[in-house]
Design a binder for this molecule. Structure first.
Ligand code: SF4
Ligand code: SF4
Length: 312
């Protein structure tokens, strides 16, 4: 665990936002998603607004899908760097199962839950390697969470980033959503984001931030919940299509780090590492479109496209 205490800047720089007790933001995800970047952006922003900030993080197994989390606390005075259970004002989850795991830390009634619906299935959840096996991933659905947490935002941040052509900026999309839960000027967010991303990606990250912020501001929880319930009912009655016939597995070779995880865990044994140690599809006719490879890849090098997506 690393902890860092950032002293407040001059009092004159403090903005009008008054905080009686420290505000607590818990950011969770898995290695490679940018949890630490999100945390640093938030901590720096709070510092620039004149607050005392304490930040602690754990990223021991970060490289290949291990859990990563960061506590950010800010206020007039902050004594401890860690957020007690039940006291997170905001829980920002870059990965769905990590969000579920940390849910007890969210403040009941008033806490805001923001999560990417992306699944990154950890290898230990795929111990059953028989063909067609289900993973041991969390079973809580978006519908379940939204029914129980009043201030909940389940967003396809990766999908939004993909639409913008900046798939690696999903964490910045989530920062945009986070910005709607904290009372800081969007321009101040953008200025700090620009300090933490490579210069040539500043413009795309600002677009990603705006897209995430617009999504959260336009989010209609009741109508989303109604849609989810309707779709679920149609699926149960067999009136909505649940299973796709044939999917295409797209591999971004430049992003493949040759870790072999997808090869080892594909239930149908479709994938291999080629002589350059880059993953490739060896037996496409066996692929069931289960998306296990996409969920497991820590480097976003695999995307599984359903027939619907392909025909669009
Ligand atoms: S595509 Fe497969 S081998 Fe390449 S980084 Fe992703 S999980 Fe590892
Ligand atoms: S979607 Fe991926 S993990 Fe699933 S069967 Fe196809 S190649 Fe294997």
């Amino acid at each position: 665990m690393t902890t860092a205490a950032i002293k407040p800047l001059k009092k004159a720089q403090k903005q009008t936002q008054k905080v009686q007790r420290p505000r607590n933001v818990l950011i969770v995800g898995v290695g490679g998603q940018g949890v630490i970047m999100v945390s640093k952006v938030l901590a720096t922003l709070c510092q620039k607004q004149g607050f005392e900030v304490k930040q602690s993080e754990v990223h021991g197994m970060a490289k290949r899908g291990g859990a990563v989390f960061s506590h950010v606390r800010f206020g007039e005075t902050v004594y401890s760097p860690t957020i007690p259970e039940g006291e997170a004002d905001v829980l920002l989850a870059l990965e769905w199962a990590e969000g579920m795991r940390w849910m007890p830390y969210l403040r009941q009634q008033s806490g805001t839950f923001i999560a990417d619906t992306q699944h990154i299935v950890p290898p230990f959840a795929c111990r059953n390697r028989t063909r067609g096996a289900q993973s041991g991933y969390v079973s809580e659905t978006i519908e379940t969470v939204m029914s129980h947490v009043d201030n909940s935002f389940a967003m396809d941040a990766m999908g939004i980033a993909e639409q913008l052509g900046v798939v690696k900026a999903a964490n910045t999309v989530l920062l945009g959503a986070l910005s709607t839960a904290l009372d800081f000027d969007p321009e101040a967010w953008k200025s700090v984001i620009s300090m933490f991303v490579p210069e040539k990606t500043i413009e795309t990250n600002i677009r990603a931030f705006d897209a995430g912020r617009d999504w959260a501001l336009g989010f209609d929880r009741e109508s989303e919940l109604r849609n989810l319930t309707d779709t679920h009912s149609l699926q149960q009655e067999g009136l909505a299509e649940v299973k796709v016939d044939r999917s295409i597995v797209e591999i971004t070779e430049e992003w493949c780090k040759s870790c072999d995880i997808c090869v080892k865990f594909c239930p149908e044994r479709c994938l291999v590492l080629n002589d350059k140690l880059i993953v490739e599809m060896a037996e496409p006719e066996r692929c069931t479109g289960c998306r296990m490879c996409e969920w497991l890849c820590p480097d976003f090098a695999i995307a599984v496209r359903t027939p619907d997506q392909i025909s669009q």
